[in-house]
Design a protein around this ligand. Structure first.
Ligand SMILES: Cc1cc2nc3c(=O)[nH]c(=O)nc-3n(C[C@H](O)[C@H](O)[C@H](O)COP(=O)(O)OP(=O)(O)OC[C@H]3O[C@@H](n4cnc5c(N)ncnc54)[C@H](O)[C@@H]3O)c2cc1C
Length: 465
């Protein structure tokens, strides 16, 4: 099995359960065989969250039924292997949209809750967990539990964000958001310095439903673009029934109506080097210099990365990793200037830089801050793996020094020491106490868990360096 970016690999035994009973049977088998168990949803984590070298991986993709949908209230109950794509395609024609989505629609609800994903509206809507009405889960003991913000609240706030280490979600009930159009009104404008970029995110956030930034992290630090979007109010779309139909949302499968987009990543491969991406970034920046306002479908705005299927393969044999840092608004500028300058100095530039505005939340292993995040994609090669690992360790040091946090669905190198420093011993103790209660025999483990809580490097970047 591999991570999303194909940069980490870990062999494991795959079991594909269809029911809670089959999950429990997998736990019993693991106990008998002395193995550990980890769930895998869509396998879209950039790091080792959905890997379990030498152990059992529960492939949750067959538990993918939408169990109940109430188009009057917008409440939906799903099995955990339902993807965001399955979900929005079900609810949008009835005038609803998931309140929080990731930058790809191929994630599953189980994976989204385990990481407690954020969207481009994190500053306004919080993480996905804030829209969960109820979930059920099976624990390694065989106990089946139901959690809401008030019933089993300690488990509600720790299993959401808990990286699948306390139990396996078996059903998820969520509140969708009412829509009056299948379109968003998008505003795009350029930024010329990092300071201006962060100011734009901060000033823009209160005025928009969504805001996201792109940064040229290769050429001139701070060159970038902001995209901000608002929902249309009732009456602003002359034909909402039409714009909410799936054929007006779906990303086209062919480029210019001719070339299958599944082939596009082959054409990107020659650009996946410092020079090529430098050129792509320059062109993108020049194209972004004109301010513009336009209407765009929800799917096109949110899932831009899904436009090019398998784009991650264009990074070549070594694959890619992402480093996402979350910094308070007071320290983000100085921290990121230091980090981006270091990448330049080391000759290890990030090919894609994405910024967002965030606010804190009350989930136990939260990654959010009152500030910003910067996600940086790096190409991994046999030649740069060790240097990259070292540089990202330095990144983690800078983030910690500046009061920042880390996201466990992204970073591949964050160590147990760094985890303790940013989460705090008290939070880790609380999590471990809950783990002992839910999983007394320690069956649930992942490569990520061993790396951030047990000081073991398994499929991490360093292990292969
Ligand atoms: C292109 C791209 C864009 C992205 N954009 C964003 C973004 O905008 N915001 C964001 O927050 N994240 C983003 N991500 C990260 C992604 O949302 C998370 O990694 C998410 O957890 C992936 O969901 P998944 O179903 O693929 O889970 P996996 O990667 O398969 O697993 C993730 C975690 O969930 C656990 N898990 C899976 N199913 C269950 C279950 N049923 N019960 C308990 N635990 C379970 C796994 O054990 C693992 O710890 C992006 C990823 C990609 C590839």
């Amino acid at each position: 099995m591999e991570n999303f970016g194909h940069s980490l690999k870990a062999p494991s035994y795959r079991i594909q359960p269809k029911t809670s009973e089959e999950i429990y049977e997998a736990f019993q088998l693991a106990r008998k065989m002395g193995l550990t168990v980890n769930a895998r949803g869509g396998g879209r984590s950039y790091n080792d969250a959905a890997l379990n070298g030498g152990g059992i991986l529960l492939d949750m993709s067959a538990m993918n039924r939408i169990l109940e949908w109430d188009s009057a209230t917008g409440v939906v109950r799903c099995e955990p292997g339902v993807t965001l794509q399955n979900l929005w395609e079900k609810v949008l024609p009835d005038g609803w949209w998931p309140p929080v989505v990731s930058g790809t629609m191929y994630t599953t609800l189980g994976g989204c809750l385990a990481a407690n994903i954020h969207g481009k509206n994190n500053f306004r809507m919080g993480p996905i967990g804030e829209h969960v009405v109820e979930f059920t889960a099976i624990l390694p003991t065989g106990a089946e539990i139901t959690c809401t913000p008030t019933k089993n609240a300690d488990l509600f706030y720790s299993m959401i964000s808990g990286l699948g280490m306390l139990g396996i979600f078996t059903s998820i009930t969520m509140q969708m958001k009412k829509m009056h159009s299948g379109l968003l009104e998008v505003h795009a404008w350029p930024t010329h310095t990092l300071k201006e970029h962060l100011q734009s995110l901060e000033d823009g956030a209160p005025k928009y439903d969504y805001i996201v930034g792109w940064l040229d992290t290769i050429n001139t630090i701070g060159h970038g673009q902001i995209h901000a979007a608002n929902y249309l109010h009732e009456g602003e779309d002359p034909n909402p029934q039409k714009t909410m139909q799936l054929e007006n949302q779906n990303l086209p499968s062919r480029l210019f109506g001719v070339m299958p987009k599944s082939l596009l990543h082959y054409f990107l491969t020659p650009f996946a080097n410092n020079l090529g991406w430098g050129l792509v970034n320059t062109c993108k920046y020049i194209a972004s210099l004109r301010r513009s306002t336009f209407r765009e479908s929800h799917a096109a705005f949110h899932f831009l990365l899904d436009y090019v299927p398998l784009w991650e393969l264009s990074y070549g044999r070594g694959g890619l990793i992402q480093h996402q840092s979350f910094l308070p608004k007071e320290t983000a500028l100085q921290a990121w200037i230091e980090m981006l300058a270091l990448a330049k100095k080391q000759g290890l530039p990030s090919y894609l830089g994405v910024t967002k505005r965030h606010r804190p939340d009350k989930f136990l292993l939260t990654h959010a801050v009152d500030g910003f995040s910067l996600a940086l994609d790096f190409k991994v090669t046999d030649g740069n793996r060790a240097r990259l690992y070292k540089m990202l360790q330095e990144y983690d040091r800078i983030v910690l020094m500046n009061g920042g946090r880390f996201y466990f669905a992204k970073n591949s190198e964050t160590s147990a020491e760094t985890t303790r420093a940013f989460l705090g011993q008290e939070t880790i103790d609380r999590f471990m106490k809950l783990k002992k209660r839910c999983d007394p025999n320690g069956l649930l483990e992942s490569d990520l868990y061993r790396r951030i809580f047990c000081k073991q490097q398994t499929s991490s970047l360093r292990a292969r360096a």
